[in-house]
Design a protein around this ligand. Structure first.
Ligand SMILES: Cc1cc2nc3c(=O)[nH]c(=O)nc-3n(C[C@H](O)[C@H](O)[C@H](O)COP(=O)(O)OP(=O)(O)OC[C@H]3O[C@@H](n4cnc5c(N)ncnc54)[C@H](O)[C@@H]3O)c2cc1C
Length: 385
């Protein structure tokens, strides 16, 4: 469906100019304020779709909407698109949705190392299983694609309030929308506006460690250091990203920090010149379609509470929201698949949480089983990538 002039004319008719009497009755009191308010309201920029947040979800959504002729703007609070705490790990399924160019891929890993308390599994995969990217480079590239399709991406444009049919930015601009998409991540304002609670979060800590040696892709599982979650080491061009995560309802952040540093010491990674980062991951899904308001990616709580993976879910849901707005379809089996997949992961996480002192035995047992069962190993590897 193409959103042409006729559609725009219909949209325009939705925004009647306000009278000065209405302006006088506005909050503020005196005539000067009223004029200011009147001026702001009548000069409100009008968009078919306003998207809050220029992460993978918001940008893919904008690209598809702009390509279909919609007038769309993405508002990003940061000065730079893609300035997001992330390990920057992609798998093949991400690349199937978003054809990230070769030059953006920093490292392609065929080697992986899984480490449980008493079992280690080193695998040489026939195809790369992990592709790492710099999130700023990915963001700049995605933003370029939006602009090529005629969409707008504004940085340093934090949305501070959501009114009836419009949003307000920190600079006081008002932008009217017909559809509003909350792609504003784990701390989503749009989600709060919808009154949705946020209870399930992963708290993460990671270091970006300068590294000029062989790339390392490692997943460490050990209840002693990570409770029911895991520690990761992802390779980038000139650094390794090593981090941990855990749900603060089950592990205190103090415990996590202490154990994380102990584990880093054990692995021999030197954090003297490393950059420390921390950010939550939301996995509290409560829906994504709320009439003319939508949530995509982590704003919708679509990340995995076990692995912390969220870019794939952001891309899938951002594209789904665009399709829904464009009236292209009403069923979204790919979202259902994500929800089913997350449910399985969360059930496994529940087992580990409840396992207490048996946790390490379970982790050793699983890894030993995978090591000895080639077929199952392939299936698990396929499911995860
Ligand atoms: C430490 C860590 C490591 C991770 N590693 C991986 C990984 O290797 N692979 C993977 O798949 N996932 C990973 N994730 C998860 C992944 O980063 C997110 O799930 C993914 O970025 C979600 O995309 P999104 O578009 O939904 O939101 P985001 O990427 O979070 O983008 C939201 C954007 O909205 C902006 N914003 C927020 N509020 C406002 C506002 N009021 N106004 C305007 N803009 C606003 C933010 O600045 C941000 O740019 C990791 C997460 C963390 C914390």
């Amino acid at each position: 469906m193409v959103f042409d002039e006729e559609r725009r004319a219909t949209l325009k008719s939705m925004y009647f100019p306000l009278t000065l009497q209405q302006a006088a009755a506005s909050p503020g009191g005196n005539a000067e304020n009223s004029y200011f308010w009147y001026f702001q309201r009548t000069t409100m920029e009008k968009y078919d779709v306003v998207i809050v947040g220029a992460g993978p979800a918001g940008l893919i959504c904008a690209e598809h909407l702009a390509a279909a002729g919609m007038k769309v703007v993405v508002l990003e609070k940061k000065a730079v698109v893609g300035d997001k705490v992330c390990a920057g790990g992609l798998t093949e399924k991400d690349l199937e949705i978003l054809p990230v160019p070769d030059e953006l891929i920093e490292v392609r890993m065929r080697e992986s190392l899984l480490v449980a308390p008493h079992v280690r599994m080193h695998t040489h995969h026939p195809k790369p299983v992990l592709f790492t990217v710099d999130r700023r480079a990915l963001g700049a590239w995605q933003a370029g694609r939006v602009q090529q399709q005629g969409g707008e991406v504004r940085t340093a444009a934090a949305v501070t309030a959501i009114g009836d049919g419009h949003v307000v930015t920190a600079a006081g601009e008002r932008l009217a929308y017909r559809w509003l998409v909350g792609a504003d991540g784990a701390t989503s304002l749009v989600r709060r506006h919808l009154g949705l609670p946020l209870e399930k979060r992963i708290f993460t800590l990671q270091y970006r460690i300068p590294w000029h040696d062989e790339p390392r892709f490692e997943i460490h599982m050990n209840g002693r250091y990570f409770h029911s979650w895991y520690g990761w080491i992802f390779p980038h061009r000139n650094e390794l990203v090593a981090g941990v995560g855990g749900d603060p309802r089950y592990v205190s952040t103090g415990w996590m920090k202490k154990r994380f540093h102990r584990w880093l010491e054990r692995t021999g990674l030197d954090i003297t010149d490393a950059r420390y980062e921390s950010f939550p991951i939301s996995y509290d899904y409560r829906g994504w379609d709320f009439g003319n308001l939508f949530l995509a990616g982590e704003a919708a709580g679509l990340a995995s509470g076990l692995t912390g993976e969220g870019i794939y879910q952001a891309l899938v849901s951002g594209k789904a929201v665009a399709d829904k707005i464009l009236g292209r379809r009403d069923t979204f089996p790919e979202i259902d698949r994500i929800l089913r997949y997350n449910t399985i992961q969360h059930k496994f996480m529940g087992v580990l949480i409840k396992a207490g002192p048996l946790r390490n035995m379970i982790l050793d047992g699983i890894l030993l089983y995978l090591k000895m069962n080639g077929k199952m190993k392939k299936r698990v590897s396929k499911a995860l990538t």
